[in-house]
Ligand binder design. Structure first.
Ligand SMILES: [Zn+2]
Length: 393
């Protein structure tokens, strides 16, 4: 008789303890009180991370979600911070190391590369990231891979494990070799993101990023760092990404950078979708119709935008506009979507008031997109489009 694999059942005691400590920290009204709660909460989270018990952490986050006030954010902050950064002692005194991510928004007519980065590219990227993003005197190491989002660590403890491996890479002065077998396939989609990932180390309390050391206002300092990174880092990546228009985003500490890139990619994917249709079907943006509709599960989950050519009822391409927590202002989201469509030069914009179903294709899992009549359809390029790779099912 086949036996179920043994699984350590993670205790509800740990979960309750995390939520209780997060409630304490979130209810604290002074720095003095914070210090106690923070230390206790960090100790509890760290023990679970080191035991690889993501189940208990996720359950606590779920429960904190239903708690009033800022309990969820408090707990999530501590969990993310302990997953993406750590301190340790060296002969030179205490050091802090942080995982960072340099997001790249990208689209293409064929499969977007996710691949090992050649040694010369890694070297040149290190020069540029060191010159424009990091503070003087920090040490850092990169992973030798251009990651698709799906290939990043999927749990908090795995994230911390990657940080540990990068800590060793910094000490050895070499990039971290990733095993392509373990990373899995990147999905084949028109518009996506790629990431350069690494870790940066400095004495505890010292600045990690260049903009922390500048005397100009922070916003200007970050903007000039981004501009330099886009120009110089972009030039290094270009030969690797021929035929794939891309845009570099500001490298920052891991979770914040990923979240920020998710937000930026929403408008980018609309521009990319319009450019893709123009490239594949020779349709100028002014002749496109974009239909925007809200898709509902338990609540409003996301907007989907179906692109049709001229008056056609078929959907040629589609984009998803996910909503993030705390962003339930429907009008705001629609304004932003319309703004992005107008910026891309789309001639005709239809906003549906219907509550659309959150439907996906049974065969390939692709989302369905609305046409102007409010029908949810599989996006298919017209037959005449060059080099089509349409799904025929
Ligand atoms: Zn399909």
């Amino acid at each position: 008789m086949p036996r179920a694999p043994f699984r350590r059942k993670s205790g509800t005691r740990e979960t309750s303890q995390l939520v209780r400590l997060a409630e304490g920290l979130s209810a604290s009204k002074s720095r003095t009180e914070d210090v106690y709660w923070e230390r206790e909460l960090e100790r509890a989270v760290l023990a679970l991370l080191e035991a690889g018990d993501d189940e208990a952490i996720n359950r606590a986050l779920d429960r904190a979600h239903d708690a009033p006030g800022g309990v969820f954010d408090t707990l999530a902050d501590v969990v993310e911070s302990l997953s993406e950064s750590m301190t340790f002692m060296t002969e030179a005194g205490p050091q802090r190391i942080a995982l960072f991510c340099a997001p790249i928004l990208i689209w293409g007519r064929t499969k977007i590369p996710a691949r090992p980065l050649p040694a010369n590219v890694l070297r040149d990227l290190s020069v540029q990231i060191g010159a424009h993003i990091f503070a003087d005197g920090v040490r850092f190491a990169l992973c030798d891979t251009l990651f698709a989002p799906d290939q990043l660590p999927t749990s908090y403890s795995q994230t911390r494990e990657l940080l540990g491996e990068l800590k060793a890479a910094i000490a050895s002065g070499r990039p971290l070799k990733m095993d392509p077998q373990l990373l899995g396939e990147a999905p084949d989609v028109v518009c996506d993101m790629r990431m350069i990932v690494g870790a940066v180390q400095a004495p505890e309390g010292a600045p990690l990023y260049a903009w922390q050391t500048m005397t100009t206002p922070i916003e200007d300092a970050m903007k000039s760092a981004l501009e330099a990174w886009r120009t110089q880092g972009g030039a290094v990546l270009k030969p690797l990404l021929v035929g794939f228009p891309f845009q570099l985003e500001l490298p920052r500490t891991f979770f914040g950078a990923c979240r920020e890139a998710d937000l930026t990619s929403r408008a980018w994917s609309i521009g990319a979708g319009v450019a893709y249709l123009e490239a594949m079907t020779q349709t100028p943006p002014a002749q496109l119709t974009a239909t925007v509709g809200g898709c509902w599960g338990d609540g409003l989950e996301e907007y989907r935008i179906g692109f049709s050519i001229g008056d056609a009822t078929e959907v040629a391409h589609g984009c998803v506009w996910p909503l993030v927590t705390g962003e339930d202002e429907e009008a705001q989201a629609i304004d932003a979507i319309e703004g992005a469509l107008k910026a891309a030069g789309v001639g005709n914009i239809v906003v549906l008031s219907d509550r659309l179903p959150l439907e996906f294709c049974d065969d390939c899992g692709a989302p369905y997109y609305p046409n102007r009549d409010g029908e949810m359809l599989h996006a298919e390029l017209p037959d005449a489009a060059e080099g089509t790779s349409v799904h025929l099912h």
